[in-house]
Design a protein around this ligand. Structure first.
Ligand SMILES: C[S@@+](CC[C@H](N)C(=O)[O-])C[C@H]1O[C@@H](n2cnc3c(N)ncnc32)[C@H](O)[C@@H]1O
Length: 268
């Protein structure tokens, strides 16, 4: 991608992402619990496997399966390879990838929202075509474009001295497609498409905890293009805005509401 959503422009930090590993892996477990396979899969592909946290739960659930992981980030793949040395991981962009063999399960946790809106449904349709008939595509994405945490990032981007730099880059991820658009896009290839939302409520240490959370993901495209001083100033303004938006709980923590969209499709 040639715009501000090019996730390869600056590499991910696996360490920053893993600061909230437990909370970030829970939706992967919730997604896996809904995979409607009658028998254990033989071939499983973890698309956008990140540091291997989602791959690890696939390995726990399906110890006999041939599991592979792909991700466009070298830092993430290096971490995943250290974590699960017996699993083949490759640095590859899912938009140009095709597996050699038909898959029984394609799992993709917290990845597809990084694509531009016009790429997502065509990519998901291609992913369905990587499956054998009866195979399952299981997807989860944050659905938080309208959340206070994300609206505040966009507001800070528009208000600060960095606006001329960030404006043309359009650093915000596109809002995710609606359940109706997803259903209509996939059902022609599938025997069933199951879509649901879950709202997680994460108690974080304080407002800085919210900053740390999004620094591992959605805030990256806002901070990465800035120089060191602007980056610090942006973070500071963002933190101040969050303080006005999220109350402090009785125990001093801040509840971060985090809506996530789940989709499980069975190839016809
Ligand atoms: C939020 S992490 C998810 C990691 C892991 N699946 C999990 O469950 O926590 C998103 C991952 O998607 C990867 N990614 C984003 N765009 C990608 C693309 N076009 N092709 C392959 N991987 C991509 C990123 O490199 C990153 O590791």
């Amino acid at each position: 991608m040639a715009d501000g959503k090019d996730t390869a422009r600056k590499d991910w930090s696996a360490n920053q992402y893993l600061k909230f590993e437990k909370q970030r892996t829970r939706p992967a477990r919730d997604l896996l619990a809904q995979v409607p396979l009658d028998q254990p899969p033989r071939r499983v592909l973890d698309v956008g496997c990140g540091p291997g946290n989602s791959t690890e739960i696939l390995r726990e659930q399906y110890p006999a399966a041939a599991i592979e992981g792909i991700d466009s980030s070298p830092d993430m793949i290096a971490k995943a390879g250290k974590r699960l040395p017996d699993i083949p991981f490759s640095v590859v962009d899912l938009r140009t990838y095709s597996p050699k063999e038909p898959q029984d399960l394609i799992f993709s946790n917290a990845v597809l929202h990084w694509l531009r809106a016009d790429e997502r449904i065509p990519t998901m349709r291609r992913m369905v075509e990587w499956l054998r008939p009866g195979g399952v595509l299981a997807i989860q994405v944050p659905d938080n474009y309208l959340e206070k945490s994300h609206a505040a990032m966009r507001a800070v981007a528009e208000e600060g001295p960095w606006a001329p730099v960030l404006g043309p880059l359009k650093p915000a991820l596109d809002p995710f497609e609606s359940p109706q658009e997803l259903y209509d896009g996939l059902i022609p290839l599938c025997s069933a498409v199951d879509i649901w939302h879950t709202f997680y409520q994460h108690p974080l240490e304080d407002h800085q905890g919210v900053v740390e959370w999004v620094k591992g993901t959605g805030l990256r495209p806002f901070l990465d293009p800035l120089g060191p001083e602007d980056r610090v100033a942006f973070e500071k303004e963002y933190l101040e805005k969050l303080k006005g938006l999220y109350p402090v709980s009785v125990d001093g923590k801040v509840l971060l509401r985090y809506p996530r969209l789940f989709l499980v499709a069975v190839r016809a």
